[in-house]
Design a protein around this ligand. Structure first.
Ligand code: ADP
Length: 980
């Protein structure tokens, strides 16, 4: 080493510098080596010694490459230094001789001599071991920290990622669930949609259906109307059916009787057959006896003539003959010994039992019967009694078939008289039994059929009752309603009339006319509806009252005068003078008919005339037939509608109602009023020319006088100071009456009911009473009765009635009313009736007064009062005599009948006789108190256990009648004197 450095540092300064350099090199921790061109180590520092573990000496001259792990590489690096003059930081690894390795960074450069010739290479191998390790450690730490950080980050990221994952899983699940729900929702919505769609279809159908329904309802309404008509028809049909059902019942009863008769015949037949059978049995018994006898004979012969075989042969033939007879019988025949074993039989038994003869012979006889014990008893009976007849038993065939038989048996004996056994004939009665059963069945069937028919009848009756009740309810409703409507309507019309009479402007009059017309139309409609209901319920009844036809028609036509004048028409009445003055019929209904026809004629005619003609077309002793015709020159009726107009709610054309009003009920009612009375209605019409409505009605003729009428007496103003009592409860009607009567210049008082009226009558004198019928406290009928019988007053009474068509005019008459007026009251008619009645009474007054004077002299407690009779007979003494005579002959006869029937306890007759008597009380003016006795008898007689009561009443009645009769006889004498 020193060689190299020595050469370099030849001078001292140089020496010092070289030493310094050398110490620096030695101090370096990095190995420093110089190598010659051959690769041999020429010099080194301590660091190389240290790293290789090889001494300086050994190292010097040694092969540089040997100390590296990779010699080849080291060699290459060394060569590279020579080529490139230097190398920097080339990594190589030095090996210690102990094996320890040191990583170095190989930095080399060539060194040259002064001449610049390359001497060798100087190498510094920087030991990277310590540095690198620390660095590595540091780096490793950093790396670790970094990696830890990274790891933590990763962990955190992992946690986050996991959370995210978890979250995403949850989300996914949620989504999945949502998806499921969404799917379900979708499904549901689809279903909903489908439902909606089908609902829509249904709704559409429903809509269509409802439209249909609506149309149907409309159609039903039409049908309902028809139904109403139909139900009426049905009702009639029911009635017809009832009749048929009754006929059916009668027929079935007849059938039953026939069956019963057949049964009787069958029974007789049975009895006859039994007789026949008995005869047969008897014959058989006789035959048996004969047989037995012959057997006995045979046996006898056998005993006596055992040797006589020929004779035996004959006997055998005989027995064969008998046997063949027995065999021929169709009834089972059998012989049994004393032990009950079969000894012989015929073919019939073989057939009935199905056993062979061999099986039967010696077998137990009783085995072949269904009731063995009974068979045994019968058999024993035969032994006890010697015989038994017609004991019923049943034989059983081995196949189970049964044969009903009548068992006839008798004992047979041997020749010495010892009982050998029993011979039995069982008669087959299967057929008879069958016939008997059939007959019983037939009878049961007949009875059943009767029951069914009766049930059907009951049902039909119930149905009829239900239908009738429904109709009744309807009619009641209509009648109530129309009554309620009528009262205020009457007031409206009445007051309109009153106002119309005051001073009015033209316009006001026009308006009021319109109100009145509407009111009149409404009243007509209400009456029509009520009538229709009555027709429907079959309640339309017809009076038979004497009335004056001529004045009745005249009064009706009077009512149309204002209308006729207003329309500038002419009204012509043609009345046949041959018609009897007084006829019996229903004037109210006739009034209604003519009113309807004339009002139609007026309504549908705008110019020309209306002719009402009344003609007698037939007359005999008792009746007349009269034709009424209403002819107009109006619009006429098209031919095709003429058949229709008599139906409910039918008009000639749909325009009719608009142009002329009306409901199409009038003619229907007219028809219903005519036809039930036996009349007919016809129409002839030409459109544009006019129409004729004509009808015929028959009336009875009479010699008696008309009771009440619509006579229209010409107004006579001579009678003055007239005092009227109005008995009326409704304030509106009171006011109306007041106004009308004030207008006439009459004095008038008002009583709210019958009781008040009676009080007023006692205090003051009146000329006429106007009496409402329906009133609280005391109605019009009761009041009139009281006035006539208790007050014994003959003051003229006019009934005021809202319902002319239903009012019981007969009742008005019976209680003693003189006339009636329909509401709304026609003022002219009212005036004429009041005046007419006053005229009549003033005429009669002279007679009555004279009689009254005579009556005053009579005893006060007189039973009779002839005022009524006088009035009825118009004080005609002959008529009165006739009537009193009638009473005198009739009354004692009735009393006698009552007493006799009472003794016989014939209550029905008692009641009927008392009833018959009632009208006569009023005729001869006997007080209603006594009339009530007769009424009481009539009612009580139908009640059981009232015998004593009735006896007392009858006695009272007898006394009253006896007294009345004696009084009447006195009167009769007086009257007879006046006739003379
Ligand atoms: P309303 O008169 O209330 O309509 P009706 O039953 O009285 O009912 O008459 C039925 C129909 O007959 C009338 O609507 C009308 O068309 C016809 N008719 C009745 N009478 C006459 C007549 N005298 N002239 C013309 N048409 C008539």
């Amino acid at each position: 080493m020193h060689g190299f450095f020595t050469e370099a540092t030849n001078s001292t300064a140089q020496k010092l510098a070289a030493q310094y350099s050398k110490s620096l090199i030695e101090a370096s921790l990095d190995p420093l080596i110089t190598i010659n061109r051959e690769g041999k180590i020429t010099d080194m520092n301590e660091a190389l010694v240290h790293i290789t573990g090889v001494s300086r000496n050994e190292l010097t001259g040694s092969n540089f490459f040997d100390y590296f792990t990779d010699k080849h590489k080291a060699q290459k690096v060394y060569q590279q230094v020579f080529q490139n003059n230097a190398i920097e930081d080339y990594p190589l690894t030095l090996r210690h001789k102990d094996g320890k390795l040191t990583d170095v960074l190989f930095n080399g450069s060539v060194y040259k001599d002064n001449l610049g010739k390359v001497q060798g290479v100087v190498i510094v191998a920087r030991n990277t071991g310590g540095q690198k390790w620390a660095l590595d450690l540091q780096n490793a730490n950093k790396e670790l920290a970094y990696q830890n950080d990274e790891k933590e980050k990763r962990a955190a990221e992992l946690v986050i990622a996991n959370q995210e994952l978890a979250f995403q899983n949850e989300e996914k699940e949620k989504r999945a669930n949502e998806l499921i729900i969404a799917n379900k929702e979708l499904l549901f919505q689809n279903q909903e949609k489908e439902k909606r769609a089908s609902e829509l279809v249904i709704a559409n159908k429903e809509l269509a259906f409802q439209n249909d329904e609506k149309e149907k309802r409309a159609a039903e309404l039409v049908i309902a109307n028809k139904e109403l008509a139909f139900q009426n028809n049905e009702k009639e049909k029911r009635a017809d059916e009832l009749i048929i059902a009754n006929e059916e019942l009668i027929f079935q009863n007849l059938e039953k009787e026939k069956r019963a008769a057949e049964l009787v015949i069958a029974n007789k037949e049975l009895a006859f057959q039994n007789d026949e059978k008995e005869k047969r049995a008897n014959e058989l018994i006789i035959a048996n006896k004969e047989l037995i006898f012959q057997n006995q004979e045979k046996e006898k012969r056998e005993i006596v003539n055992k040797e006589l075989k020929e004779l035996n042969y004959t006997t055998k033939l005989d027995s064969q003959y008998t046997l063949s007879l027995i065999e021929a019988s169709r009834d089972p025949l059998v012989t049994i010994n004393t032990k009950g074993k079969i000894t012989d039989m015929n073919e019939a038994l073989v057939n009935s039992t199905g056993k062979t003869r061999e099986e039967l012979t010696g077998s137990d006889f009783f085995d072949y019967f269904t009731e063995q014990q009974k068979a045994r008893e019968v058999y024993q009976e035969v032994f006890e009694k010697g015989c038994v007849a017609d004991s019923p038993l049943t034989l059983r065939h081995k196949d189970g078939k049964l044969t009903d038989v009548l068992f006839n048996g008798s004992v047979y004996k041997n020749e010495v008289g010892n009982v050998q056994g029993v011979v039995i004939v069982a008669r087959d009665i299967t057929d008879q039994k069958r016939i008997a059963t059939e007959l019983i069945e037939a009878r049961v069937f007949a009875e059943l059929a009767t029951e069914i028919a009766e049930e059907a009848k009951r049902r039909a009756e119930r149905a009829t009752i239900t239908a009738e009740n429904a109709v009744k309810a309807k009619q009641q409703f209509l009648s109530n309603m129309s009554h309620e409507i009528r009262t205020p309507m009457n007031a409206i019309i009445g007051f309109t009339k009153v106002v119309l009479k005051t001073d009015l402007t033209l316009k006001q009059k026009e308006y009021l006319d319109a109100i009145k017309m509407s009111g009149d139309a409404l009243i007509v409609l209400i009456n029509d509806i009520l009538d229709l209901a009555k027709v429907d319920s079959g309640k339309m009844t017809f009076e038979k009252t004497p009335f004056k036809l001529n004045s009745s028609v005249a009064a009706m036509l009077h009512l149309f005068e204002p209308k006729i004048q207003e329309k500038n028409l002419k009204l012509i009445k043609e009345y046949d003078p041959q018609i009897p003055q007084v006829l019996i019929g229903d004037p109210v209904r006739l009034h209604q008919i003519i009113l309807n026809l004339v009002s139609n004629a007026v309504k549908f005619t705008s110019k020309g005339k209306i002719t009402v003609s009344v003609n007698l077309i037939h007359e005999d002793v008792e009746t007349v037939i009269i034709e009424f015709a209403v002819t107009d020159t109006g619009i006429g009726i098209p031919e095709d509608r003429m058949g229709k107009i008599f139906e409910n709610f039918q008009q000639a054309s749909s325009r009719t109602s608009r142009l002329y009003g009306g409901t199409g009920l009038g003619l229907a009612i007219v028809k219903q009023l005519i036809e039930p009375q036996g009349g007919t209605i016809r129409v002839q019409s030409t459109v544009g020319t006019g129409s004729t409505f004509s009808f015929t009605l028959s009336f009875q003729k009479t010699t008696s006088d008309a009771e009440m009428g619509n006579e229209f007496i010409e107004l006579d103003t001579e009678i003055k100071n007239i005092k009227i009592l109005v008995v009326e409860d409704i304030p509106l009607n009171q006011l109306l009456m007041k106004t009308l009567l004030d207008d006439f210049g009459f004095e008038r008082d008002i009583a709210e009911n019958g009781k008040i009226a009676i009080e007023k009558l006692k205090e003051k004198e009146y000329d006429v009473i106007l009496m409402d019928l329906q009133m609280p406290e005391m109605n019009g009928f009761e009041t009139t009765e009281y006035i006539r019988h208790t007050l014994k007053s003959q003051i003229p009474i006019i009934a005021l009635t809202a319902d002319v068509t239903t009012v019981d005019l007969a009742k008005c008459k019976a209680v003693g009313m003189n006339d009636y007026l329909a509401k709304p009251v026609d003022d002219r008619l009212l005036y004429s009736k009041i005046i007419g009645l006053l005229k009549k009474t003033s005429l009669n007054a002279i007679h009555i007064e004279s009689v009254n004077e005579e009556e005053i002299t009579l005893k006060k407690e007189k039973y009779i009062n002839l005022a009524y009779l006088k009035q009825r007979a118009k004080s005609n003494p002959v008529l009165m005599e006739e009537m009193i005579n009638l009473y005198l002959t009739q009354t004692p006869a009735i009393i006698k009948t009552i007493k006799e029937s009472l003794a016989n306890k014939n209550w029905h007759l008692v009641s009927a006789a008392a009833h018959k008597m009632i009208p006569s009380f009023a005729i001869v003016g006997i007080s209603p108190v006594f009339e009530n006795i007769a009424k009481q008898i009539q009612e009580t007689a139908t009640v059981l256990d009232k015998t004593e009561e009735i006896e007392a009443l009858v006695q009272q009645l007898e006394e009253v009648c006896a007294q009345a009769c004696s009084e009447l006889e006195e009167e009769l004498n007086k009257i007879k004197n006046t006739i003379k």
